[in-house]
Design a binder for this molecule. Structure first.
Ligand code: FPP
Length: 249
């Protein structure tokens, strides 16, 4: 334990505080494989994944990250067995009911992105509570992507923009990239500077498609339940070696 703390401190010291990513997105992958490797049911992997969520939220606060977006449940995850979907929803309810007060004390603003209107009532109640209790906080913004899909988000933005045009609140000529950004779930937030995906898969899987246009991508073999502060620091150190040109030279 002392060894790990020492290791964290050593790595933290290497971080250039002036070049921190403002917004980090994480595709939390590998819960099922983590459990299967231990001869356990996939559910245990998700449960262990919540501990990693707790640790990474705390580490992000400590490191001074301003926005953290966690991909908790995609629009495609409904294809999983009903028992697993129910278990994930229950885990979220449990996480929120146990953690919101602590997150609030730590000045975290909780925000959900995705279509939450179709989620079970028990989830919606906890989501509303989490967002209401923390809405005036000025510390870390924790976006939890739930029933989220990047394509679905863009379709919804297009519909909102078309409605504004039909209502004559906007003309076609006025549409810019900014118009699209302002009609996404992440409106008023900076695009992610760094996207992390665990478990060795190298794809975006419909995560923040519009917003990730210029994100740096970090893929690690580490399975999500094993991901902790030292891995987050490792990703940030990689990010700090990148020269971001945004299409320029
Ligand atoms: C991917 O692993 C993980 C998920 C689909 C769920 C992520 C959920 C959590 C970490 C817990 C709840 C979240 C919060 C914010 C409290 P997988 O099941 O696809 O793993 P596999 O690829 O190894 O099968």
């Amino acid at each position: 334990m002392v060894f790990f703390r020492q290791k964290n401190r050593d790595l933290s010291d290497k971080i250039d505080k002036n070049k921190l990513p403002i917004h980090i997105g994480i595709i939390m992958d590998g819960n099922g494989r983590w459990a299967q490797k231990r001869g356990m049911m996939r559910f245990y992997g998700h449960k262990a994944g919540v501990n990693a969520v707790r640790e990474v939220v705390k580490a992000s606060r400590e490191l001074g990250i301003k926005y953290l977006t966690l991909y908790a449940f995609s629009t495609e995850n409904w294809k999983r067995p009903k028992e697993e979907v129910n278990f994930l929803m229950d885990l979220l309810v449990e996480y929120l009911s146990k953690e919101v007060d602590e997150l609030n004390k730590n000045n975290v603003l909780i925000n959900f992105i995705g279509d939450i209107s179709v989620l079970p009532e028990k989830c919606k109640i906890e989501i509303d509570r989490a967002q209401n209790v923390t809405k005036n906080n000025s510390g870390l913004v924790l976006n939890i992507a739930l029933n989220y899909g990047g394509r679905d988000e863009i379709v919804k933005a297009v519909k909102k923009i078309c409605t504004k045009i039909l209502n004559k609140e906007l003309s076609i000529e006025e549409i810019t990239e900014q118009t699209i950004s302002e009609n996404l779930y992440t409106k008023n937030q900076p695009d992610p500077d760094l996207i992390i995906r665990t478990s060795g898969e190298k794809r975006l899987s419909n995560f923040l498609l519009w917003q990730s246009a210029y994100s740096e991508l970090w893929f690690t073999e580490v399975l999500w339940p094993d991901f902790g502060k030292e891995h987050l620091i490792e990703a940030i150190l990689y990010y700090q070696t990148r020269q971001r040109r945004f299409g320029g030279v």
